[in-house]
Design a protein around this ligand. Structure first.
Ligand SMILES: Nc1ncnc2c1ncn2[C@@H]1O[C@H](COP(=O)(O)OP(=O)(O)OP(=O)(O)O)[C@@H](O)[C@H]1O
Ligand SMILES: [Mg+2]
Length: 308
């Protein structure tokens, strides 16, 4: 589809949500997601992530504010916006007794796709999600990871430009999570805009270019992942040793913990160079085999932010 690339895939302004009973879940949030972006919406339980997504997809009524999907205002032109969005909701919401091929084809019908085309598309999406073999099974017969993949297959049936996933990898094992990451990356490389909510910071760090952090109904950070990581002063490294040791060495200006007899975690204090630290290791006759960044920097920042 040809589209003016200046138009954001999503533009949210002053979005407020007050639920019946008076609880205010969103306090007037604003953010934009550019076309082609991979955007993570992060935040602790109850922050307002699913509420925001529910409003974008018109499953939840907003109290005030505006939402535009590729410049289509959802109040004025939801039919257009709907065609452009593929949603993978947080909770499974399919009929557990229906064969999965039928579930996906039914969704195509919901988007007005003709039956013969729907069949082809269903085969295609079930194939790329590795579910074609299971097409005659019902969701009850699928594993948790397969159910998640079914949710994604179904969301892709009408070839949406904006894919929104609400915690797609919750409860999914590492291997399947990795394969889902690859798939999402491919969908993004193909030009789709992706918005994802997650509790796994490494997921956001691995996949996303831009990041919004929401807490108590407010956006507290909206920036690029790069900039966010650059803001972090402290950095922790995992250091692998040649020979086992029994206690963490005591070295000035660095905190060190022994995770097992051949693995240390070191966090240099500000202004302390790795070179100096390594020469201290050498003096203690501790030989280093390899090291890597511990990818917890975002996590630390996140804890700092939400505990402020
Ligand atoms: N239907 C509802 N009625 C009343 N309050 C609600 C309703 N749905 C959500 N809330 C409240 O709104 C707040 C935000 O909920 P939301 O589901 O958007 O959070 P979330 O960021 O998606 O959390 P999680 O990470 O746990 O999925 C919570 O305090 C929640 O209790
Ligand atoms: Mg949620």
């Amino acid at each position: 589809m040809q589209m003016n690339t200046q138009i954001p895939a999503l533009k949210i302004e002053n979005l407020v949500k007050r639920y019946k009973g008076g609880f205010q879940a969103l306090n007037g949030i604003s953010f934009k997601v550019s076309q082609g972006d991979f955007y993570a919406l992060l935040g602790p339980n109850g922050a307002g992530k699913s509420t925001t997504i529910g409003i974008i997809c018109s499953l939840v009524n907003k109290t005030s504010g505006s939402v535009e999907v590729f410049s289509h205002n959802i109040d004025e032109n939801f039919a257009q916006a709907k065609k452009l969005i593929g949603l993978v909701p947080q909770e499974f919401n399919f009929n557990s007794f229906e064969p999965i091929l039928e579930i996906v084809k039914y969704q195509a019908g919901y988007y007005g796709i003709q039956a013969n085309i729907a069949k082809e598309k269903a085969e295609y999406t079930l194939n790329i999600l590795g579910l074609w073999e299971k097409r005659k099974s019902t969701p009850r017969e699928l594993s948790g990871g397969m159910k998640r993949r079914l949710m994604i297959a179904r969301a892709l049936i009408h070839d949406p430009q904006l894919l929104i996933l609400d915690e797609p990898t919750a409860g999914v094992d590492i291997e399947i999570r990795r394969s889902m990451w690859e798939l999402l990356q491919k969908l993004n490389d193909d030009g789709r805009t992706i918005i994802l909510t997650t509790h796994y910071l490494e997921e956001a760090e691995y996949l996303c270019r831009n990041i919004g952090i929401i807490n108590d109904g407010n956006i507290i950070i909206d920036t690029s992942l790069r900039e966010l990581l650059d803001q972090l002063k402290k950095e922790t490294f995992i250091v692998y040793l040649k020979n086992p040791i029994t206690a963490a060495p005591d070295i000035e200006n660095v905190s060190i913990t022994l995770t097992d007899e051949r693995t240390l975690e070191i966090t240099p204090k500000e202004n302390q160079t790795l070179e100096l630290i390594f020469s201290d290791f050498a003096k203690l006759n501790i030989q280093i085999v390899s090291m890597r960044n511990k990818s917890n920097r975002l996590e630390e920042l996140f804890m700092d932010l939400v505990n402020k």
